[in-house]
Write a protein that binds this ligand. Structure first.
Ligand SMILES: *Cc1c(COP(=O)(O)O)cnc(C)c1O
Length: 358
């Protein structure tokens, strides 16, 4: 259920397609997450959504930002010169290894050797890719990310006065609930480290937007794990996904071989998330079209965009009434949405950006 304030603002937008961000809702969500986490430090994974207005709200709640490129580093430090930055990501260049940071997440023994060779001081967390079965996740981070136990052992003798070992970093999977995430954390070799970053990957449900990750249970579980250790997490999606909406309008409706379609301005080149994850983006139709305009009703309608590809599908077989000129509001578009989309494909106009403020 999208709140009435958001729906009113969506219907009143001067131009669509548009992204609409509900900043007060983001602020309230972050306040609740922070309270649930207690002493556990909270970083935000900037790759989920680097929108400057969104980051400004986050900056009031987080201990720092996790960045994974020189571009994200420049963006974040340009906005917040004094913020704590954790520098991660596979394949760091020599220039990236020289960037100032609060922590750097080292991905391989060779990367650590190159870091030492810069001659600069650095505070390192070693990214471990542990041999743990991860079940029920949307995506598991096996493969090239981080190091196995042998890689970690190879790193240990390389530390010295300037490049210091601070602790362990892991980011195991995407889309896990609090229980499974805590089970995984308990099986990590954290006893050997005084600082541990457990990564992100907290589940969100595009099927039921109202259900939320259980931050209270997660925070309580982490408090039991921490015990004198400095614990940190770096979620992306579960922090910002709910504050963003993609708002657009119906340009055509039709039936092709019995299937009803609503054709929208824009499409997956603005909101790639459903195409990437293979889900139906949850939506609400606002009846802003003319009452006597062409319409469909009482049958499953598939919502597609303007791209000349059958992959440009935002939601399949939604049972709803819809007319030409109606406004369609897609929710859960605040993470891995605009910034992962292929904007220039077909050269349609870019969306506008609008913000609800307190
Ligand atoms: C992407 C990423 C995150 C954030 O993951 P979410 O699923 O958005 O919470 C955190 N840490 C690392 C290393 C990542 O690559």
């Amino acid at each position: 259920m999208i709140g009435s304030g958001v729906l009113e603002a969506a219907a009143a937008l001067p131009a669509v397609p548009a992204y609409l961000y509900d900043l007060p809702a983001l602020d309230a969500h972050l306040t609740a997450v922070r309270r649930a986490l207690g002493a556990t430090e909270l970083y935000y994974a900037v790759k989920a959504n680097p929108d400057a207005e969104v980051l400004r709200v986050l900056a009031g709640h987080v201990d720092g930002f996790e960045v994974s490129s020189a571009g994200e580093h420049a963006h974040v430090t340009g906005l917040f010169p004094d913020v704590g930055v954790a520098l991660g990501g596979p394949g760091k260049t020599d220039a990236e290894l020289r960037l100032p940071h609060h922590r750097i997440h080292v991905e391989s023994p060779n990367e650590l050797r190159r870091l030492v060779a810069t001659g600069l001081a650095a505070d390192v967390l070693l990214r471990l890719n542990p041999d743990l079965p991860v079940e029920g996740a949307a995506l598991t981070m096996s493969g090239p990310f981080g190091m196995d136990e042998d890689g970690v052992a190879e790193c240990l003798p390389l530390f010295g006065d300037r490049v210091r070992l601070r602790g362990l970093h892991t980011h195991l999977a995407s889309g896990l609930d609090a229980g499974p995430l805590l089970d995984l954390a308990r099986r990590l070799p954290i006893d050997a480290y005084e600082e541990v970053n457990l990564g992100g990957g907290m589940a969100v449900s595009y099927e039921s937007p109202g259900s939320r990750f259980d931050w209270a249970a997660y925070g309580a579980g982490l408090a039991g794990l921490g015990r004198g250790r400095r614990l940190r997490i770096e979620p992306g999606r579960a922090l910002t996904v709910y504050c963003g909406y993609y708002v657009t309008r119906v340009v055509d409706v039709k039936r092709v071989r019995g299937q009803a379609y609503a054709i929208l301005l824009g499409g997956t080149h603005h909101l790639r998330t459903p195409a990437t994850k293979g889900h139906d983006q949850p939506l609400t139709v606002l009846p802003t079209g003319a009452a006597d305009g062409a319409g469909l009703g009482g049958e499953p309608v598939t919502f597609v965009g303007q791209l000349c590809t059958p992959k440009d599908v935002l939601a399949r077989n939604v049972v709803t009434s819809v007319r030409v000129g109606d406004t369609v509001v897609f929710e859960m578009a605040g993470a891995y949405a605009w910034n992962i989309s292929h904007h220039d494909f077909l050269m349609h106009p870019k969306p506008a950006f609008a913000y609800l403020r307190a």
